[in-house]
Design a protein around this ligand. Structure first.
Ligand code: FVH
Length: 291
C-alpha cells in the first residue's frame, strides 16, 4: 500500500533487477514512478500501485530520488540524456553495473547538472532484493546516502564505501571477479566427473569449497604482509597438482581452458624461484602496473 509520507521514488529501468527494486520500494509503501524503454515490463508494477511515466523526463520530475538500473553506463547516460534538464535538486542512485571510471564520469555529469549522485553495486540477485542477505555497496555523496538511507535499506543492507564515486563499482567488480573464479572452478569440476552434477556438487564440491574459503583470510594476511611462506601447501607441489588436473581433464576430453591461465601463472612463479611460497605469491604477477 502506497504511503504518502514516505519519500516518492522513481525507478528507471525495469529489467529483472529494476522490477525487483521497484517492487520492494512499492511494497514498503513508497509512492513509486517507473519508466522503461519497453513499457509493458511495468504492467505488473502498475497493477500493484506504481505510476507509469510516459517519458524519462516525466519519470525524473516525479521524485526527488531517482534509482537507475539499466544494462550498462552507456545505456544509462543515453536514457537519462533527455531528462538532463530535470536532474537539478534530485538524487540519482545509479545501481547499474559498470567500471569505476564510468561511475566517476557519471557522478561528474549529474553534479554538473545540479543533482546529487550516489553510485551503487548490487551484491544480490533479483529475488534477494528486500530480503535479508541482500547487500548493496554505495559510494559518492555521503549526504545523499545518509538522507536516503531509510529508503535504500528497503532494497537491502547498505554499506557506504566513501566519497570516491568509483569505489562501489570497484568493489562490486572485485567481488564479481571472486564469484566468476568460483563459477569457473565449479564448471571445470563438474565437467570432469561422471554422474549427476547435482549429487557431486551437494555431497563433495560445496563442502570442499566451503572448507577452502577458510584459508582465504590467511592468504590475505600474506598478501598484506607481502610475504608468502607456505605453511602446508607449497607452490611447487600445487603446480604438479594443476598439471595433473590438466592431464586428467585431457584424458577425459575436458577442455582445460578455464584452468590454463592459472596454471601458466603458477608455473611462471615457480620458475621465478617462488616454489616454496604459498599460492598467495601469484598476486605479485597480477599486480604488475596496478595502482
Ligand atoms: N540480474 C542480476 O542478477 C544482476 C545482479 C547484480 C546487478 N546486476 C546489474 O543490474 C543491471 C540491470 O540488470 P538486469 O538483470 O535488470 O538486466 P536486464 O533484465 O537485461 O535489463 C536491462 C535493462 O536495461 C534496459 N536497456 C537495455 N538496453 C537499452 C537501451 N539501448 N535503451 C534503453 N534501455 C535499455 C532494458 O530495457 P528493455 O530491454 O526492457 O526495454 C532493461 O530495462 C545491470 O547493470 C546488471 O549488471 C543485475
Amino acid at each position: 500500500m502506497v504511503t504518502d509520507n514516505l519519500t516518492p521514488v522513481t525507478v528507471v529501468g525495469l529489467g529483472d533487477m529494476g522490477r525487483a527494486l521497484a517492487a520492494a520500494l512499492l511494497a514498503a509503501g513508497h509512492p513509486t514512478t517507473v519508466w522503461n524503454r519497453t513499457p509493458h515490463r511495468a504492467d505488473d508494477l502498475v497493477r500493484a500501485g506504481a505510476t507509469r511515466a510516459d517519458t524519462v523526463a516525466g519519470a525524473v520530475r516525479a521524485s526527488r530520488v531517482v534509482v537507475v538500473c539499466l544494462l550498462d553506463y552507456p545505456t544509462a547516460r543515453e536514457v537519462l540524456a533527455p531528462a538532463a534538464g530535470e536532474l537539478a535538486g534530485r538524487t540519482v542512485v545509479n545501481l547499474t553495473n559498470g567500471t569505476p571510471a564510468e561511475a566517476t564520469a557519471t557522478a561528474r555529469w549529474v553534479r554538473g547538472l545540479g543533482g546529487d549522485y550516489l553510485d551503487g553495486g548490487i551484491m544480490a540477485i533479483p529475488r534477494m532484493i528486500g530480503q535479508p542477505g541482500a547487500l548493496i555497496l554505495y559510494s559518492g555523496s555521503e549526504a545523499a546516502y545518509r538522507a536516503e538511507r531509510a529508503l535504500l535499506e528497503r532494497l537491502g543492507a547498505g554499506r557506504f564505501l566513501g566519497a570516491d564515486p568509483g569505489a562501489a563499482a570497484l568493489h562490486d567488480l572485485a567481488l564479481l571477479a571472486g564469484m566468476y573464479g568460483l563459477f569457473g572452478g565449479f564448471l571445470h569440476a563438474v565437467a570432469m566427473v561422471d554422474g549427476p552434477a547435482r549429487a557431486f556438487t551437494d555431497e563433495l564440491l560445496v563442502p570442499w569449497l566451503t572448507a577452502m574459503t577458510g584459508v582465504l583470510p590467511e592468504l590475505a594476511d600474506q598478501i598484506d604482509a607481502e610475504k608468502y611462506p607456505a605453511e602446508s601447501a607449497n607452490l611447487a607441489m600445487q603446480a604438479v597438482s594443476i598439471a595433473n588436473i590438466t592431464a586428467a581433464s585431457a584424458d577425459r576430453g575436458v577442455d582445460p581452458a578455464l584452468l590454463a591461465p592459472l596454471r601458466a601463472l603458477v608455473d611462471r612463479r615457480v620458475a621465478q624461484g617462488s616454489g616454496g611460497d604459498d599460492i598467495s605469491t601469484v598476486v605479485e604477477l597480477l599486480r604488475v602496473g596496478a595502482r
